[in-house]
Write a new protein. Sequence first.
Length: 92
Amino acid sequence: MAIARKEKVTVLGDYDVDGVTSTALLVTVLRRFGLDPHFVVPRRAEDGYGLSRSAIDRALEAGKPICSSALDCGTNSHEEVAYLESLGLTSS
């Protein structure tokens, strides 16, 4: 639906090999579908491990997306997912 509507999309990846790979792959696919996704890969020293509020806040500096996707992170980040939901976003 985001593709058909050309909505604003944000991809939040992870800094390890599979996280960067999945981020690059999804961004490439979204671009081929005509979107211009904003993406953020967390900084280990600043954002720590996994999904973090600081990485989320940095991802949202470009504005609130209609669609967001967290890749290779967040499975145990219940507080951070609740934070996303409090902002009106859900993660996938």
